[in-house]
Each structure stands twice: as C-alpha cells, then as structure tokens.
Write a protein that binds this ligand. Sequence first.
Ligand SMILES: O=C(O)CCC(=O)C(=O)O
Ligand SMILES: [Fe+2]
Length: 297
Amino acid sequence: MATKTVELARLGTMIVEKKYVMAYEEFAQKHLFANHPVVIGDACKDWPAKDKFTPEFFKTNYGEREVIVEGKRFKLGDFIDLMMSATEDNPAPYPCKLQMDRDYPELVPDVMPRFSYALPDRTHSKLLPGRFLGGADTLELFFGSPGGQFPYLHYDYMCLHAYITQVYGQKEFTVMPPEQTPYVYPKPDNRWVSEVNDAKKPDLEKFPLFAKATPLTFVVGPGETLFIPCGWWHTARSLTPTISVALDCLNASNWTMFMREVKTVGGQKPLKAKVAQAYLSVLGGVLSVSEKVGVNV
Ligand SMILES: O=C(O)CCC(=O)C(=O)O
Ligand SMILES: [Fe+2]
C-alpha cells in the first residue's frame, strides 16, 4: 500500500510530514538513517493504550500513587484533576512523568507491540552495560495540562532517538536540526540542554545567535507518533490535557553519535575512555550482525 503523506510544517528546505501506512524501508531510508523527523499517523494502531490510557483510567486505577512534579508531591489523582481544570494562562506544573518499566510494569503490555519503526533496539542488549546509557529512562509516560511546557530545549540524552506517541490530547512540538547546535547555547556541563530560555520567545539580547535558528513548530494529535532523530533539538507544549508515551531507541543508525556522546559525557581517564570506545566499536559490529540474522543478544 502506498504511503499517505500530509505536510505539517515547512521552513526553507526543512519539512515535517505526517505519514500513514509507511513501509519500514521508507522510514529507514528517509527518516531513521537520514536523521529526519516525521510524524507517523498510525504507528500505535495495535496498542491497547490507544483507547485505554485516559485521565479517568489513571485516576481510577492509580489515583493514590505519588508523583513529584517540579519538586512538588502530588497524588496522581489530584494531579489529574489539576491537569483537567488548568488553563493555558494558569497551567499545571510540567512534566508529570511516570517511569513505566520500573514503576508501572503491568502497563507495559498496553504499549506493545513495539512498532517496527523503533526496532531494532539496543538499549536493552545484555552486552551493553547500563552505565553507557547514563541511567536514561527509555519508556516514560507524560501527563500535561494546556499551556504545560517542557522546561527546556534539548536533544535526548546519549543521542537516543525519541518516539513520542500522543495517546490522549494534542501537543505542540518545536524542533531544530543538530546543525543548529551553535545557535542554541548548550550548557557547558550538560551539552544536551540549551540555555535558551524559551524557543518561541527567546531573549535575543542574551542569546543573539538564536536569531539564526529556524525552529519548526507543529501539532501532534491523538494516535500519532513523532519520531525525533538523535541530536535534534526539541521542546513541547500541551494544547489540551495530554497523555504521551515516550520511547527511546538505539541501533546502527545512531550508534556513532551515541559513542561520541559516551566519550563526551563519560569524564573517564583517557585510557578507560579508549577501552570503552574500542568495546563499543566492536559491540556495534556484533550487534549489527546479530540484528541481520535476527538473534537477540
Ligand atoms: O512531550 C514532552 O513534553 C517532551 C518530552 C521530551 O522531549 C523528553 O522527555 O525527552
Ligand atoms: Fe526529549
């Protein structure tokens, strides 16, 4: 079946499209290996979460669970009440984040099957020591209210690819390609976080180079998944009450960038860093072979 494509946003040569019934080969060629974002209109079509994950569901089943949002403790049920009644001018704190595989493992089957666009995935390989991922959470749920804005422009930790699926409500995303890194003032001690206060209303006196940036903004709606390739700067803001599932992914397409990140973030002594790079280089080859023959290691 041919891919159905809708243009979502365009600025100069930068285009973000929404695609349905996209073959994996097209995704791999035009997005995954080309490192270009896309909204996938039907990636989560087989997830039970698509209909099940509503504010009512979480309030009824997990209302008593505790969440910490912007340093404040809430019962999830109270946070959901706040998120449903908050307004654009007076948003609930954000992000309210749940770590699914650690704290809500019984909900993981609701976001399965893992869509093919986020495969193969190396984040759970037994041969990849967890410390290389720097404790990155690779499966999270986000709850937001209208006006709730992700606190900073960033790219995903360790240069992982991100797949953000809107299971409820509408969220506006702003993205910028890795080539624009010189305009975003990365924090010296956290190179994946920008110092620019607000991508849509930047303080250009403080961040004059940001005037050269071309942030692209578009809306992702229920049932849609945004693929944010490694190194792409992004931030998000909810337009309605929202629930999103964020999934990270590592494979041959971002392995080199990931290795570079391990080198930068690592802070190890030169010899240790060299050994780590050599190990990851060999591991990259081994995993590529194992993925080709379809054996999980
Ligand atoms: O949906 C959002 O608020 C953005 C989340 C995000 O980019 C992240 O957790 O890395
Ligand atoms: Fe992110």
